[in-house]
Design a protein around this ligand. Structure first.
Ligand SMILES: O=C(O)CC1=CCC(=O)O1
Length: 247
């Protein structure tokens, strides 16, 4: 699978991969790139079916998306990396922490859905709606979950969502509908920073806070007055946390 990616920072520095939210692409990491690339070789990639990555017909699985990241590491010539993921990218991070610990130093997982398969029907319904009507049909509702009303710089994110391939978005919804990463959380060995946002209605804090007790040694941060896409709306709060954890 050919994943699209951009990289910045010194070529010889430790690699940090950035995995995006459902419907967004590598451009959503713009508020993190300058800061992280002073210390790391930063690789922001598009999941399959997103941005400019290949978009085969779905359904996909979380194993597909995680396997793509391992292939990307091989393509980059990186034996190991650290991984930062938000939302769908956070679920992929949990899968990587559980299934490929030898390839990763540290994880920062932001608003990660750990068991979306618990309620699969909304994901199956969303996939059907997007296949029928495109991502424009879900754009207003999605941005309403991703940002609090006082954050108004949402136009670039809307543009990413509208540009997301219909089949890729739908197939990733189907991946979420079959994903349950909870049973293996206790086997995670890498240091994990978990970040949740108090106003996140996509992946509510009540579903993230308990993960800190289930992942050995995990550290939890709860960001106040923030919704799901907290990396984009609150970089001044998030970037120092990422730097402190990854360094
Ligand atoms: O609500 C959304 O669209 C964002 C999201 C992606 C994965 C998830 O659980 O929520």
């Amino acid at each position: 699978m050919r994943l699209n990616y951009v990289q910045t920072g010194p070529a010889e520095a430790p690699v940090v991969l950035l995995g995006s939210s459902l419907g967004a692409d590598h451009r959503m990491w713009a508020p993190q790139l300058d800061v992280l690339s002073k210390r790391f070789r930063v690789v922001a990639f598009d999941h399959r079916g997103h941005g400019e990555s290949e978009a085969p017909d779905g359904p996909y699985t979380i194993e597909d998306l995680g396997g793509d990241v391992l292939e990307l590491l091989d393509t980059l010539g990186a034996e190991q990396a650290s991984y930062v993921g938000i939302s769908l990218g956070g679920a992929v991070g949990l899968w990587l922490a559980e299934n490929a610990p030898e390839r990763f130093h540290r994880f920062a997982l932001i608003c990660p859905p750990s068991n979306p398969a618990e309620t699969p029907q909304p994901w199956i319904d969303r996939a059907a709606q997007v296949r029928a009507e495109g991502t424009k049909a879900i754009a207003d509702a999605t941005l309403g979950r991703w940002f609090r009303p006082e954050f108004t710089e949402t136009a670039p994110v809307r543009e990413m969502l509208l540009a997301c391939p219909t089949e890729g978005y739908a197939a990733c919804c189907e991946a979420l509908s079959t994903t349950n990463l909870v049973p293996a959380l206790g086997a995670i060995t890498a240091p994990v920073l978990l970040i949740t946002a108090d106003s996140d209605t996509s992946v509510p804090p009540e579903t993230v806070v308990p993960l800190a007790a289930q992942i050995p040694g995990a550290h939890l941060e709860i960001i106040e007055n923030a919704a799901h896409l907290v990396t984009y709306s609150h970089p001044d709060v998030i970037n120092p946390l990422l730097l402190a954890h990854l360094a």
